[in-house]
Design a protein around this ligand. Structure first.
Ligand code: SF4
Ligand code: SF4
Length: 182
């Protein structure tokens, strides 16, 4: 469903009202519509500092116009570190981080993920950790008098089986494209 009066006056791209509705359902009680583009979110955003093409105020603007491809079709949405700074400083009822996460969920459902994130998500299935404990960290822990393996799936292989089962039941593994089952 295109149009319904949604149009980006810079690019003259028409917005997708259905995508806007989809995003609204995803963001819950956030209200991207009330953003007045003050740019406070972008001014202190860490992701923007490291990647200037990532601008949360701009993504909220795209969301308001239903510009699906500018969000879901862009790898830039994966740059957010989910630090929540933008949520804290927004003078309106908008948390750009939630808008970005909503766009990510739509993208993942459509199989549009990026390799780096698929790899990290795969670690969860393989080890029960998004960031597995490395040998260097193990040695460091032992120097501090701690067991090398923390009391997680690393120390309790049975818990890893449970994590894998949960990952399977929630459909997460399928979202990863069935990769890295082991
Ligand atoms: S801080 Fe809030 S109102 Fe300002 S641009 Fe960002 S989302 Fe919009
Ligand atoms: S949560 Fe994301 S968008 Fe918000 S300030 Fe942090 S990095 Fe930027």
């Amino acid at each position: 469903m295109k149009g319904k009066g949604l149009k980006d006056l810079f690019s003259m791209q028409e917005g997708d009202a259905r995508f806007l509705e989809e995003l609204r359902r995803e963001v819950g009680d956030q209200e991207p519509d009330v953003c007045f583009q003050c740019m406070r979110c972008t001014s202190g955003c860490d992701a923007f500092r490291f990647q200037p093409s990532y601008k949360p105020h701009q993504l909220v603007g795209f969301a308001r116009l239903g510009l699906r491809e500018r969000m879901v079709g862009s790898e830039v949405i994966w740059s957010c570190t989910t630090c929540n700074y933008c949520r804290e400083v927004c003078p309106q009822r908008v948390a750009p981080v939630e808008v970005v996460k909503a766009a990510r969920r739509v993208a993942v459902r459509e199989g549009r993920t990026v390799e780096g994130h698929r790899r990290i998500a795969g670690y969860l299935v393989q080890t029960g950790h998004l960031v597995p404990v490395s040998d260097a960290v193990r040695r460091q822990r032992e120097r501090l008098g701690l067991p090398g393996d923390p009391p997680t799936t690393h120390a309790f292989p049975r818990a890893l089986e449970e994590v894998r089962e949960l990952v399977g039941r929630t459909g997460f593994r399928k979202l990863l494209g069935g990769e890295r089952d082991g």
